[in-house]
Design a protein around this ligand. Structure first.
Ligand code: ZN
Length: 376
């Protein structure tokens, strides 16, 4: 309305017009008032209470409790879990640490994240599995469960009628993976592994899932990314946690940051940063995600396994480039006799290498990755 027309309207019937003006103002006030109320009510209603096992987190609340793994042929166990349910609707992201619980930085990062994230500022729901494999954490075992001596990250999707590792996997598949829309499985070098940081980007051929997993890898921020299309496609034998999520249609990454049972601040912070940045990528937290601009893609990798029991002596270090056939380490028997010199299968970067003496038949010695031509 122009000044001119305003004046004209007032001149016509001042008293009546004044009344109209205040009525209009009141009307606008009430419209705004109801829009605000409706907005608040709508967003509160649209974000629902998140129920997980015995946990129930209302919008804007954080709840921690146990996920119970019932007893079977061996003892029961429990999984400490926190659900942070945002005030606003959004993605459901599961962040799992402690599948291998001698891998400490991801576990410590998980507890730090719990203290950092305010559910009132969160959109969506964050599920934090703090220590997925508690019996192994308590016994300080690497790789294996102390009851059934299975590797938890080889028995997915699990079996409720199986041994403890299989039952833990089954509960995680049912209660965590199936409830989430995206999954991060955080690892690092185990207690015996010297490892440079890297992420597994597992591709399944579904463009949408692969693309979101890729963006998650770029957002997590670890420079070396393995492009991995080698995982078994059998739903009943998906073996690995992240791959189980992907086969169920949920984008997922496996991250590796930290090594040798160490708890350096830098390792913990890198894991924390990665999760927060993936949350930004999904719009769960305010702010723009920083995506890696110059990742180093690894397009082929191979884990070399020991053919002997004995002692392993590494002669190359993590992160070193090794030439095909170059001796990476050697194995001696329990009397100090040389059993084998172990060479690199192809020229590439040493992603991890066993850095403590025990070596057992069938267990990993080192992993070599080939850097993709275009990312050199
Ligand atoms: Zn691991």
């Amino acid at each position: 309305m122009t000044e001119k027309s305003k004046g004209k309207a007032k001149g016509k019937d001042g008293f009546k017009d004044k009344g109209n003006e205040s009525k209009i103002k009141k009307g606008i006030f009430f419209i705004i008032f109801f829009v605000v109320i409706a907005e608040v009510t709508f967003s509160a209603q649209s974000q629902k209470t998140f129920i997980l096992g015995s946990l129930s987190a209302e919008p804007g609340k954080m709840v921690s409790s146990w996920l119970e793994v019932p007893a079977g042929q061996d003892p029961a166990t429990q999984i400490p879990v926190t659900v942070i349910n945002g005030i606003k609707p959004g993605k459901v992201l599961a962040v799992i640490s402690g599948i291998h619980p001698y891998e400490y930085p991801p576990i410590l990062a998980s507890y730090r994240l719990k203290k950092m994230i305010n559910p009132k500022e969160l959109s969506g729901t964050l599920i934090l599995v703090h220590i997925a494999h508690l019996s192994s954490f308590q016994r300080r075992t690497i790789y294996y469960n102390p009851y059934d001596w299975k590797n938890l990250n080889r028995v997915f999707p699990g079996d409720l009628k199986g041994t403890q590792s299989q039952r833990i996997a089954a509960i995680i598949t049912e209660e965590i993976i199936n409830r989430a829309e995206a999954v991060i499985d955080m690892h690092c070098g185990d207690g015996n592994e010297a490892l440079i940081p890297y992420t597994y980007w597992m591709t399944c051929g579904d463009e949408k899932i692969d693309e979101v997993s890729k963006q998650m890898a770029l957002a997590f921020g670890i420079r070396h990314i393995i492009i991995d299309s080698t995982r078994p496609r059998d739903l009943k034998n998906s073996r690995y946690l992240s791959w189980t999520a992907i086969l169920r249609g949920k984008p997922s990454i496996t991250t590796e940051y930290g090594y040798l049972g160490r708890v350096d601040e830098e390792m913990i912070q890198a894991n924390v940063y990665g999760v927060l940045n993936v949350m930004k990528y999904f719009g769960m937290l305010p702010g723009k995600a920083q995506l890696l601009s110059e990742p180093v893609w690894i397009d082929k990798y191979e884990v070399i396994y020991s053919k002997h029991d004995g002692l392993f002596y590494p002669v190359a270090k993590m992160g070193y480039y090794v030439q095909v056939g170059q001796i990476v380490g050697y194995i001696e028997d329990y009397f100090g006799n040389l059993l084998e010199e172990v060479g690199a299968p192809f020229t590439g970067i040493l992603l991890y290498i066993i850095n403590t003496p025990p070596c057992n038949t069938g267990e990993p010695l080192f992993e070599v990755g080939r850097v993709k031509e275009s990312s050199k």
